[in-house]
Write a protein that binds this ligand. Structure first.
Ligand SMILES: Nc1ncnc2c1ncn2[C@@H]1O[C@H](COP(=O)(O)OP(=O)(O)OP(=O)(O)O)[C@@H](O)[C@H]1O
Ligand SMILES: [Mg+2]
Length: 199
């Protein structure tokens, strides 16, 4: 074969990449968003999120990745735990919420969410941030509530959250809150066809 596409080469999807570049510029200007990247299994959601992470890093932003787990019994807030652990790895944050505490010892959920937002504000004073939540169709309900809570505050913070919900094909998807929580009217990319995907 005269032409060998490297495994890492991202193909096509210029409109989506332009939208990402636009949102990354907005985050650099202090205005974040919740970007939903949806599509069926294999349409390229994770790959686009990786590309977003690469673009964001190249622009000097901090990037963290929360992976939602398909397995039943994953601890609540698992993706957010990963995100905040990564964000505080280099230089610890003053305070990150103690997700492991039993709910009755956490105080109100509002308090926990506010602690999470405060931690986000602190980390975003160091550099703008992109948070990726992959496979959000498998997120626990508490994580989704925090995402919903954070979403309304993102426009006034240099923090962009990119959440990947699978449209169909997730085992728990049909009745899962991830099908109903998403705020209307925010930026969204629907990967309806695999025009940029290698066969
Ligand atoms: N634009 C692209 N250029 C090159 N390869 C791509 C592109 N989009 C997707 N792929 C490749 O196609 C495969 C499926 O993509 P990906 O894993 O991102 O799908 P997904 O939507 O996240 O699927 P799932 O719902 O199962 O998580 C991967 O091997 C990925 O690297
Ligand atoms: Mg994926």
């Amino acid at each position: 074969m005269p032409i060998a596409f490297g495994e890492d080469r991202y193909i096509g999807r210029p409109a989506e990449l332009e939208e990402l570049a636009h949102l990354i510029r907005a985050v650099q200007d202090g205005s974040g968003s919740l970007l939903l990247v949806s599509g069926d299994a294999g349409m390229g959601k994770t790959r686009l999120a990786e590309e977003a992470g690469r673009l964001a890093r190249a622009a000097g932003l901090a990037v963290s990745w929360g992976q939602c787990a398909e397995a039943e019994g994953a601890p609540p807030y698992l993706p957010w735990t990963q995100v905040f652990n990564q964000l505080s790895a280099g230089s610890p944050l003053t305070r990150i919420p103690d997700w492991r505490k039993p709910a009755e010892e956490q105080g109100s959920r509002f308090q926990l969410f506010e602690e999470a937002l405060e931690a986000m504000r602190e980390v975003s004073t160091r550099s703008p941030v992109v948070v990726i939540l992959d496979d959000v169709q498998w997120a626990d309900a508490a994580s989704l509530h925090l995402l919903q809570y954070a979403a309304s505050q993102l426009p006034s913070l240099p923090v962009m959250v990119l959440a990947n919900p699978r449209s169909r094909g997730g085992e728990r998807a049909r009745d899962h809150p991830s099908q109903h929580w998403a705020p209307k009217g925010g930026p969204a990319i629907a990967l309806a066809s695999a025009d940029g995907k290698r066969g």
